[in-house]
Design a protein around this ligand. Structure first.
Ligand SMILES: [Zn+2]
Length: 487
């Protein structure tokens, strides 16, 4: 499918902007670039002076005057893009399969189709920027290990945090343009893709600790072999799905003492002979190796490059991906951590998830480049967003209030399939031990083969990241920068 669709040049959309938006050009272009790369279109930008005809998409005021006949009309609310502050939407609207947040003072009417034009009533670009940039996140509460709490927030109350709305909006735009003969570019995986990834933070059982935690399991704890060393079982599982696992290893060795004093890194030494041998075996099987960056790496950012080199040295190969231990990007400014990761030479990160909730933290299930609000520029690093982790459908159910994990996870997969996106699942290595973690690996092995939508193919996150960079580069070649509009 991908080959056929992409044998032609991707369609280039003519995007008209209201000159009144000039002060926020960087934010507006970032948001529309992200939406339209997700939809699969190249862009040609112009300022829409009155009477600009032949636009595929217009964003601004006075659409009938400035952009007569535009195929998509997105009204601007008049709100400045620096005014995000503590802003939260006032309601969540749903019409047909289209769902969108509405901010104070905006129309809550659904989009309408009128003579080939799709016309929105509320400011979708502002809403998408608010979400993608994580503008609301600094205002959430946090626990002692900096997990965000959505309690009392609009996102927490609405259930919105789970949905990849931005990807679904992009799919709606794609459907509209496609119906008018404008063919999108399709990423190399075709319809949608799935990645099986693993945080390696406790792969060697500490028997005394486990005995204190679960005294009833003494016999299993002291059985021969290591019940937490489940690398082969995961690699076998990923192969059964036609893909390979990605394992994120910690480079910084912690200790029980450090763990108990608030610096909870893993106990193993990735450079030890046992781990070097493991890394060689996993690489022979085609598994991806990445970094599970240490708990305080987002504060002590010099660690990123040091930890990357240490895993590379142990693996004997370059690595490109990172996931933070405890998802712990800089809790105040996650974009700073992402910028530091880019500086350290990482190609992608997969840490923008919520500890207590499954779903897509920035409202998107496609790879995307995060925004740096102070620099007002994109960060040169792809975020490959996680969809859920093991404990979301086990120990975290009490936090999220999700009563039917299969239905919830199935809904996320359906959204990914509907929008052509990416489902990255995160399972700790020890989770394939069914006795200790019956609702982690064993649950996934029962659920996923039947629940995976047809057409959803397996890839490693590194393959997804490089495929997406190629996709975006092909669209950029066909894109054109701003020029004066007018008819
Ligand atoms: Zn971890």
């Amino acid at each position: 499918m991908a080959g056929d669709s992409n044998s032609q040049q991707p369609a280039r959309l003519r995007i008209g902007l209201d000159p009144a938006l000039a002060a926020w050009l960087a934010e507006v272009q970032y948001t529309l670039d992200t939406l339209l790369e997700t939809a699969g279109y190249a862009r040609e930008w112009l300022w829409a002076e009155p009477g600009t005809a032949g636009l595929d998409l217009y964003y601004g005021n006075e659409p009938d005057t400035r952009a007569p006949g535009a195929r998509v009309v997105l009204p601007w609310s008049g709100r400045g893009f620096e005014s995000l502050g503590k802003l939260q939407p006032t309601e969540l609207r749903c019409h047909d399969t289209f769902v969108w947040p509405v901010f104070s003072g905006e129309s809550s009417q659904p989009p309408i189709r009128e003579a080939g034009s799709l016309r929105f009533a509320s400011d979708l670009v502002f809403a998408a920027f608010w979400w993608l940039s994580g503008a609301h996140e600094p205002h959430y509460g946090r626990d002692r290990v900096d997990n965000l709490s959505l309690a009392g927030s609009f996102l927490g109350e609405s259930g919105l945090q789970g949905k990849p709305w931005i990807s679904l909006w992009a799919a709606r735009l794609r459907e509209h343009f496609r119906a008018q003969g404008l063919e999108p570019r399709v990423p190399e995986w075709g319809e949608s893709t799935l990645a099986i990834s693993h945080d390696v933070d406790y792969p060697e059982i500490v028997r005394l600790v486990e005995l204190l935690r679960r005294p009833a399991d003494a016999r299993a704890i002291f059985a021969a072999g290591d019940p937490f060393w489940c690398f082969d079982a995961w690699a076998d599982f990923a192969e059964s799905l036609g893909t390979r696992s990605a394992f994120y290893f910690m480079a910084r060795q912690g200790s029980l003492l450090r763990y108990l004093t608030g610096d909870p890194d893993a106990f193993y030494d990735v450079a030890s002979p046992r781990f070097r041998s493991l890394l060689a075996t996993l690489r022979e099987r085609g598994c991806e190796i990445g970094l599970h960056a240490s708990f305080r790496s987002s504060e002590k950012t010099e660690r990123y490059a040091i930890e990357k080199r240490r895993v590379e040295e142990a693996a004997g190969a370059e690595i490109t991906g990172n996931r933070q231990h405890y998802w712990r990007l800089d809790p105040e400014k996650p974009h700073e951590s992402l910028a530091h990761l880019a500086d350290a030479g990482f190609g992608y990160d997969s840490s923008l998830g919520f500890e207590r909730m499954p779903g897509f933290r920035r409202g998107i299930c496609h790879p995307y480049k995060p925004w740096h609000p102070e620099r007002r520029a994109v960060i040169d690093l792809l975020e490959v967003p996680p969809a859920w982790m093991d404990d979301h459908y086990d120990g975290r159910l009490a936090d999220s209030g999700i009563s039917d994990p299969e239905a919830h996870a199935g809904g996320l997969l359906a959204d990914v399939a509907a929008s052509g996106g990416v489902a990255v699942v995160d399972y700790h290595v020890r989770g394939m031990n069914e006795r200790f973690f019956p609702r982690w690996g064993a649950w996934l092995a029962r659920f996923l083969p039947g629940a995976r939508p047809s057409g959803m193919v397996g890839r490693t996150p590194a393959e997804i990241a490089s495929g997406w960079l190629h996709h975006v580069a092909c669209l950029e070649v066909e894109s054109r920068g701003l020029s004066q509009g007018g008819s």
